[in-house]
Design a protein around this ligand. Structure first.
Ligand code: F1P
Length: 349
């Protein structure tokens, strides 16, 4: 182990395959019990969190709606407790509150407002089963082993995403989807072994000073998470967009100092590939994470060869996008465990 860097973040990123497996082993035998939590009919479903877990809520809500066909949205916890009338409806029937720490003030307040105004079903997804959010929620699904020492969420984010996908698979009675989730640890191990060097090389190139992460559909939440990892760990300007939205103005910043990373879907692959090709022609350094990797105009093509559907591809991209930020942090002599200005939890008075 003495070959590993001394910081926590690297070890936590690299441990994701085994931590995902532990998360699956600890939770995926509980299907029948969890099925009793998911009362029907459900009409409007909300996912919420803060920072990384807000972005996780965007991803999880997209997966839930794609599988269940229920009207589902993800939103920041601050929005839910400060402007409940904008988000709660007469038929809102479930809140899933996501928080690594289970003590973020905004998320606790959002759950409280939901329970007061809706009084319906709610589930916490977290790494700390013994803390406030877990105790206040009606149900919880947890991954204690995924918690980090680092301020930066890496394996906790991806493990909580796996638990959210598991819930969606149960809600939609999609055992095939749940089975696909169980294949993720082995695929991630292969991808990390095969491609860490690519993301280390790009991360260490300090002539780059701007990162753009593109993701559409369920991958937009993943693109947002990659963006915040780059910001938190490396203090570099980074942004996330839906693929085709990037053409509508933001592409003005494209130049040879910009890296564009695309997390590709199947549904919109052709349109997404066209955006990446255009940005490369404008001078950007383009990285495409795609299942086949065929016929793409990019500087780096990462064929995931996952064999899983597009709703799970973003989780497989996460360790590599975390490594991109991690290696850039080291190249900039920054401490990835303790990002400037940040703490692990935001407590409000
Ligand atoms: C939420 C959060 C993190 C962020 C930072 C501060 O934490 O905003 O997303 O990266 O660590 O806290 P949590 O509610 O998921 O514990």
């Amino acid at each position: 182990m003495n070959t590993l860097p001394k910081n926590y973040t690297y070890q936590e990123i690299m441990s994701q395959p085994e931590i995902w497996q532990a998360t699956i082993d600890n939770n995926f035998t509980d299907i029948e019990n969890i099925r009793t939590w998911l009362e029907t009919p459900r009409e409007n479903v909300l996912f919420t969190g803060c920072g990384s877990t807000h972005y996780l809520s965007l991803y999880a809500a997209a997966v839930w709606q794609a599988l269940t066909k229920e009207n589902t949205r993800g939103l920041p916890a601050s929005e839910l407790y400060l402007f409940p009338e904008l988000y709660l409806t007469k038929t809102t029937s479930l809140l899933v509150a996501i928080s690594r720490s289970a003590i973020t003030s905004e998320t606790l307040r959002a759950l409280n407002v939901f329970q007061d105004r809706i009084g319906k079903n709610n589930i916490a997804i977290t790494c700390y089963p013994e803390r406030q959010l877990s105790k206040a929620a009606k149900h919880m699904i947890t991954a204690p082993q995924a918690a980090e020492q680092s301020v930066v969420q890496t394996r906790s984010f991806s493990s909580m995403a796996i638990m959210a996908d598991f819930l969606a698979g149960i809600a939609a009675q999609r055992n095939d989807f749940i089975k696909e989730i169980t294949s993720l640890p082995t695929i991630a191990e292969r991808l990390i072994n095969n491609y860490e060097k690519v993301f280390e090389r790009v991360g260490r190139n300090l002539e780059v000073d701007h990162f753009i992460f593109l993701g559409s559909g369920a991958n937009y939440g993943i693109a947002c998470e990659a963006m915040i990892k780059m910001k938190e760990m490396t203090l570099t300007h980074s942004e996330a967009f839906h693929f085709l939205e990037f053409r509508h103005g933001p592409k003005a910043i494209i130049d040879t100092n910009v890296v564009v990373v695309g997390v590709m879907s199947d549904s919109a692959r052709n349109e997404e590939a066209a955006v990446l090709s255009e940005m490369r022609e404008l001078g950007a350094y383009v990285i495409a994470l795609d299942d086949s990797g065929d016929n793409l105009n990019a500087d780096e093509i990462i064929p995931l060869h996952s064999g899983v559907g597009e709703l799970l591809r973003g989780i497989l991209a996460l360790p590599l996008l975390q490594l991109l930020a991690y290696h850039r942090a080291l190249a900039k002599n920054l401490d990835p465990d303790h990002p400037k200005n940040l703490s692990s939890v935001v407590h409000l008075g």
